[in-house]
Write a protein that binds this ligand. Sequence first.
Ligand SMILES: [Zn+2]
Length: 437
Amino acid sequence: MKTMIRLLPSVLLLCWPLFAGPRYDLLLRGGHVLDPKNKVARVADIAIAGGKIARVAPNIPADQARRAVNVSGLYVVPGLIDIHVHVYAATGRRAAYNGDNSVYPDGFCFRNGVTTVVDAGSSGWRDFPDFKDRVIDRSKTRVLAMLNIVGNGMSGGEAEQNVADMQAQPAARRAREFPNIIVGIKTAHYAGRDWVAVERAVEAGTLSNLPVMVDFGRFWLERPYSELILKKLRRGDISTHMYFGSVPLFNDNGRLHGYLNEARRRGVFFDVGHGGNAFVFRQAAPALEQGWTPDSISTDLHVASMNAGMKDMLNVMSKFLNLGMSLPEVVRRSTVNPANMIHRPELGHLSKGAEADVAVLRLVKGKFGFVDSWGARLTGTQKLEAELTIRAGHVVWDLNGITRDDFRQLGKYERQEHFEWDGTLIQRPPDPPSAKR
Ligand SMILES: [Zn+2]
């Protein structure tokens, strides 16, 4: 008896795994995993525990998870990262990107598989705290930001041309104050014939050790695009709107200008930034044929672009698929590439221990139309849809309820486990028949 009592703790310890319950919260089974950073492109299971990726391997037993979901036939990719959006809604400013032109991120992103966005300069150093308070701090979407070199951000009209408000020192100070959120400096919409906006943005980027993203605004002879990407931008800076109609991509023979690849060799990055006005098939299609591919695919999301040809991240990604880019390369440019461009290497992949941001995508075959900024259509045969989006281990979008049980299999008053955002996995007690609703 004494021996038994002495042994009891060890026996209990041995049995512990039997009592501890499943070790994973959620298991995605049988999907085709595309994780470019880790060079994974094969069928595998993904186990999630405590909001992190716990394991990626074939045939993880279903009983090791509280919920196992069959995602066979679907693509499982890192949560998408869109580094050019406008989400500074809520100020009430009319016709401004730091106002009514912006979109609330949670109301739009998850249904497209997007878990991280970078607001591209809607706010500047003056109004960034307001943006943070009104949007960033309240969003489940991970919202990062590039600060506009204009202190008052994208207020529209003359305010964005106010050279006196383009100040590198305070912008860099603000960036250093919020290193977890501010990932770059932006200049946009500048109509002057000089380099002031670009130079001040680069100065702020140098002071804060952050990349600069340039929307070149007007294209002037006095301010050639070639000079921007060959001389003004530094290694790691980003030229957005790369397929904009005014970008001089081709020589008279329709061949790609040599300076473009020269700039790429210097380390300048090129971003799609589709938007309402900046994606033209007559630029993009021949450019892609000659190897002029984007480093990052992004939307330039705002109220106008989402209702025009851009629509959403998956629609923009689908355009590249239908222009001949392979799905793994499209995913690379929507996950790990943009993460690295904003110096956030912890994002954009499915490594063990990474925050569990995951998109489960369906590649639908059929006949689809895609519209560009000059009102032209591309007819395509494939289109991506978001079946499931997971942010930090929580199911935030589930198009067809694949994480749910059929209602016929549940007891009369039984509710299914939810992956609630504000807590860990919880079991809702069934309501007794007498409970008031
Ligand atoms: Zn933009």
